[in-house]
Design a protein around this ligand. Sequence first.
Ligand SMILES: Nc1ncnc2c1ncn2[C@@H]1O[C@H](COP(=O)(O)OP(=O)(O)O)[C@@H](O)[C@H]1O
Ligand SMILES: [Mg+2]
Length: 398
Amino acid sequence: MNPDVQRLFHIAAKKERLVIGLMSGTSLDGLDIALCRISGHGLQTHVELLQFTTVAYDAVFRNNIKSIFSKKEIDFEQLCVLHPWIALQHARMINDCLQQWKISNAAIDLIASHGQTVFHAPKNLHPSDNFGNATLQIGDGDHLAVNTGIITISDFRQKHIAAGGEGAPLAVYGDYLMFSKKNEDRVLLNIGGIANFTYLPGSMDNAAIFSTDTGPGNTMMDAVMQQHFNNKPFDAGAAVAKQGTINQQLLAALKDHDFFQLPFPKTTGPELFNTDYLLQALHQSSTTNISWPDTMATLNRFTAETIADAIIKTTPHPTHIFTSGGGMHNPLLIQHLHDLLPGYSFNTTSSLHINPDAKEAVLFAVLANECICGEGNVIQHGIKGMPNVAMGKISFPH
Ligand SMILES: Nc1ncnc2c1ncn2[C@@H]1O[C@H](COP(=O)(O)OP(=O)(O)O)[C@@H](O)[C@H]1O
Ligand SMILES: [Mg+2]
């Protein structure tokens, strides 16, 4: 028997496992590395977050990804060489972290790698009836396994699509396993580049659970900061947006898109919500002469309103909202959400014992645990748009 198969068998049978969850979203800010101790599986999953860090990407890394990221036309050779290169960078970051944390690679049971999304194309974003849902994450799992010596589970989204989903949001699975609570309706809201939420009914009725993207999180605000504010990566503390005034004409034009009329659940990406989208709205509303701070103030409100609209439209209210992702550090955005959702209670996932910056990475660690130790049916009675399959591909180091 291949010794790695034997090792995997042993890992699957262990009482608890050390799993490193990796997440790099559409914000291209850095690699989130979450070291988790996980026991059990399914609704008995128990997760303890032992270590967490975000290794910031430098300009070289960011520009390399940006050269092919969510673009219809790219240099194909660049895509090809980045697939292993990103994995090698991620492997180096993991090895450095483990050294800093004084943990040997041999002590880690699994890596759960999301990879870097370079294109997300659900049917609602591409015109051809001949093709189905599609998404592409790069940063090859074999390279991670060989360069860390750790069995790696990667490329989670393909199985989801193969089984009938859109490949996103995958957060619903981990949210369901970790945060469902009897008799309490909960909304788990993650504000990354794109914003999404999972609704977990206190009735524990699986048929009522769902997860959806709502539209942009930080992605359009980040793009404006990078283009018009000296390449600043984001609007830290909403300092710029706070100086501006919301422009109602622009706001209405931003919200005037078919995406917001599509039924829930749905997914999207920076393939749609980008600077072209903004330019079109500026022209449509004849507001091309407004200041960049006014544009930022309006984009900030746009994110908040589209999140609040989606929550109000689809969940009983008021509910308990638990936030995560970088957007929760944007005080103006959070203030807007409080104003738009009166009566709702707001907490971060810290109150559920998961560091909100680490949440997405932890969710992938849980998916990897489910892939190896689950019984193949993550959600026993099925959730709308969420196929009941174990996700991830297995890469052995040897
Ligand atoms: N202090 C802050 N003030 C305002 N925005 C912030 C702050 N910290 C992080 N962010 C926002 O969060 C984004 C990163 O969020 P993250 O959850 O990592 O997204 P992704 O999953 O897309 O990588 C940044 O690009 C930025 O827009
Ligand atoms: Mg990030």
